[in-house]
Design a protein around this ligand. Structure first.
Ligand code: GLV
Length: 317
């Protein structure tokens, strides 16, 4: 029987399923393991089921026992894993695409709505119980009739586009390559970010974190946006240069932000936390029972498939 280390707690039904298939090492306290603990615990293991908070870097991968053949990440993103280092050691890395598309697109819409309609301020003021309705009370920005730029038109970007269209938004996008007409579904393609940003009353960040997209929203690129634009991020914190963004909020170049992800999570820049027009969530993109169940199931399936066939459709390295 294969031995699998599962680094964080999964939903009960998923842990039960995994326990029936393999000899599993579960994390009863759900505390994040240190790299030293990960190395120790993976002794004699054939595979590891990791989460995005496990930093699986080169040093750790080189210290893993030779028995480890697969790292199955419980996420669509895999910026926490050094793919090349894994490849050099012949360790297959897999992810969980598709199953979290809808849940993440729903959070992206919540960010857009929360930022545009001043949800953060609204919640704070409601709690004072001293507020009074007036014609200009907490006036925000309307989605219908606005242009939504989508940075990264993969599965999640397209799911956001579909939802935003039903809110009456006009969709623009940039992607590494242009989509075919069917996938584009009426959206306007911009082959460079300057053009996309310059028409984005709203921008939803939905691209993966790579060397190329790191800090793609920075002091220079923020200048391209229309004054008073709204930016939301449901992908990874890496894409935003935080100091430049805080400054852009201060000078009202950017009207509001909706953020679910941050550089250095769980820390959030005080410039965001102290700004009334920043609507923040604690990385909830895929956090629904259905999606988390499906993600863990897929992470388990990926390991099963790998041991059956020697490869896996969701291999990313
Ligand atoms: C969540 O952030 C994921 O990448 O699945």
């Amino acid at each position: 029987m294969k031995k699998i280390l599962i680094t964080r707690r999964l939903l009960k039904s998923n842990e039960e399923r995994a326990s029936k298939i393999w000899n599993v090492k579960l994390n009863a306290t759900d505390e994040v393991y240190s790299q030293g603990e990960l190395i120790k615990l993976s002794k004699n293991c054939d595979g590891i089921l990791t989460s995005i908070v496990d930093k699986i870097d080169k040093k750790l991968i080189e210290s893993l026992p030779a028995s480890v053949k697969i790292i199955s990440n419980f996420a669509v993103g895999f910026g926490n894993i050094d793919l090349d280092a894994a490849k050099n050691r012949n360790i297959v890395v897999t992810n969980t695409p598709d199953v979290l598309t809808d849940a993440t697109a729903e959070i992206a819409m919540l960010l857009i709505l929360g930022a545009a309609r001043r949800a953060n301020e609204g919640i704070q003021i409601s709690k004072t119980q001293t507020w009074q309705w007036s014609a200009d009370f907490l006036i925000g920005k309307q989605l219908s009739g606005s242009r939504l730029g989508i940075l990264g038109m993969g599965r999640i970007g397209r799911a956001v586009a579909k939802r935003a269209k039903s809110f009456g938004m006009e969709i623009h996008y940039h992607n590494r390559s242009r989509l075919n007409k069917e996938l584009e579904s009426g959206a306007t393609y911009h082959d460079n970010i300057k053009d996309l940003f310059s028409v984005s009353d709203f921008l939803s960040i939905n691209c993966p974190a790579t060397e190329k997209t790191k800090n793609i929203i920075n002091k220079d690129s923020l200048k391209f946006f229309p004054n008073g634009a709204i930016i939301t991020n449901s992908a990874r914190g890496d894409m935003i240069e935080d100091n430049a963004m805080v400054e852009a909020l201060k000078i009202k170049k950017i009207y509001a932000l909706g953020l679910d992800v941050y550089k250095g999570e769980p820390k959030i820049s005080s410039g965001y936390l102290n700004h009334p027009k920043v609507f923040v969530l604690p990385h909830l993109g895929s956090a629904t029972k259905k999606t988390r169940t499906d993600m863990a199931d897929l992470a388990i399936n990926n390991i099963e498939e790998f041991f059956k066939t020697g490869t896996c459709v969701n291999k990313v390295n």
